[in-house]
Ligand binder design. Structure first.
Ligand code: DQA
Length: 143
């Protein structure tokens, strides 16, 4: 089973970025943790981060016929991007939306998620462990 883990804008700044909201783990720490978890669960994983909406759309399109599942934290594009929603709908790959913070307890502008309607599950507010939960969910549901 091959999973693609996508991270959107500013997630490369983990560790530096608002540690009281997003924690002190760096993006490199997160990648190591995801790789170790996927390996232990016997899944192949590919990681990609971009600050650019079109790059994320390209990566989702490229997953067609390649990845069995997608885990995506679209960052701020969660709240603005119909293009990411359409890309996930276009490829029809089971996708889990992840947020490190609990966006439901934050600003009003974070209450909208365009991508959610194309996702099979949303995990939020569990810190970076949420990515591992999303991976486990995909492994269990795709098996
Ligand atoms: C986030 C929440 C978003 O509102 C924010 O723009 C992010 C990170 C999260 O992981 O909690 O960049 O997706």
């Amino acid at each position: 089973m091959k999973l693609l883990v996508l991270n959107g804008p500013n997630l490369n700044m983990l560790g530096l970025r608002e540690p009281s909201v997003y924690g002190v783990e760096t993006y490199a720490d997160l990648c190591d943790k995801i790789r170790a978890h996927a390996k232990a669960r016997g899944a192949e994983v590919e990681l990609y981060q971009s600050n650019h909406e079109g790059d994320l759309v390209d990566r989702i399109q490229a997953a067609y016929g390649d990845a069995d599942g997608i885990v995506i934290n679209p960052g701020a594009y969660t709240h603005t991007s119909i293009a990411l929603l359409d890309a996930v709908k276009a490829v029809s790959i089971p996708t889990v939306e992840v947020h490190i913070s609990d966006v439901t307890k934050r600003e009003a502008f974070r209450q909208v998620s365009y991508i959610r309607q194309a996702c099979v599950k949303t995990v939020m507010g569990h810190g970076t462990d949420g990515y591992l939960e999303a991976i486990d969910f995909l492994i269990e549901t795709l098996a």
